[in-house]
Design a protein around this ligand. Structure first.
Ligand SMILES: C[S@@+](CC[C@H](N)C(=O)[O-])C[C@H]1O[C@@H](n2cnc3c(N)ncnc32)[C@H](O)[C@@H]1O
Length: 264
């Protein structure tokens, strides 16, 4: 198993762990963020077929289904799909939830009229080549003229993050060329631990922090064009204030995550 595969496996294990699943059972009932709601109303054709990729426990999938979209929820973590199915059953709604990998989608070309990768799931794919493959796959299964909404955490250098990225820069551009090895694959990678109150099982989770330039380049390379780019605080002040999509209490949700709407 290479390094990328190891990170992917550890990430699935963490997402499937007891505490994270308990957390995601609650998250499933939270519904759409205001920012997501704004973009979905603007960019998804009513009643059309939507791919909710990295759907997790179905937070967005369940709402899209209730609103009349023909939505399919796909996720890499078996525990997420089990939880999503359980919550759908409790709510008495029938939703198509399936296991699957964004980098290798089972659907035919031009199948969906819209797609969403909500709450920074795409930046949790380890390795540039895999993130590019996921964008290409999502584009492949979309009809021409349709939109894909994704969020990505933005690398910024304010407050304590300044020292964190300086340290990472030093590791990558000074120590690595000298032969030192690190668990990170690329500059921008971050392994964070979930802050569980019962501390039953603390495990790290992978995330890649992007720059605007990197996002613009990878989106263009996949064949999409950017229809809109907005920081969370620009879309919804309220979401930013309640830390939707944030990582820690001192994280600036006005700056990050950033919503990209990609057009095929
Ligand atoms: C932060 S969670 C967000 C879940 C959900 N979208 C939400 O907003 O509540 C990210 C999800 O992306 C999934 N994921 C990560 N890599 C994936 C991949 N390559 N294909 C499909 N799902 C993936 C994870 O299993 C996890 O459920």
């Amino acid at each position: 198993m290479n390094k990328t595969e190891k990170i992917k496996k550890a990430s699935i294990d963490e997402f499937g762990s007891r505490n994270t699943q308990e957390q995601y059972t609650k998250i499933a009932r939270k519904g759409l963020w205001k920012s997501e709601d704004i973009l979905i109303k603007k960019y998804f054709e009513p009643n059309s077929r939507i791919l909710d990729i990295g759907c997790g426990s179905g937070r967005t999938t369940l709402v899209l289904s209730e609103r009349g979209f023909g939505v399919i929820g796909v996720d890499l973590t078996p525990g997420m799909i089990e939880t999503a199915k359980k919550v759908a059953l409790e709510k008495g709604i029938s939703v198509d939830f399936r296991m699957g990998d964004a980098t290798e989608l089972e659907f035919e070309d031009n199948y969906f009229s819209g797609a969403i990768f909500a709450n920074n799931g795409w930046v949790q794919i380890p390795g540039y080549a895999n993130r590019l493959k996921a964008l290409e796959e999502i584009r492949r299964v979309l009809k021409p003229g349709s939109h894909f909404i994704l969020t990505a955490h933005q690398r910024y250098y304010a407050g304590s993050y300044f020292f964190f990225w300086i340290k990472q820069w030093f590791k990558f551009y000074i120590l690595r060329p000298l032969g030192f090895g690190f668990e990170e694959l690329e500059f921008g990678n971050w392994f964070f631990e979930r802050n569980y109150s019962d501390n039953w099982q603390r495990r790290w989770q992978f995330i890649h922090f992007t720059s605007q330039k990197e996002m613009e380049e990878i989106i263009a390379k996949s064949g999409f064009t950017i229809a809109s780019r907005k920081r969370m605080g620009e879309l919804s002040k309220e979401d930013a204030e309640v830390m939707q999509g944030s990582m820690t209490k001192d994280f600036d949700s006005f700056k990050s995550p950033v919503f990209y709407v990609c057009l095929k």
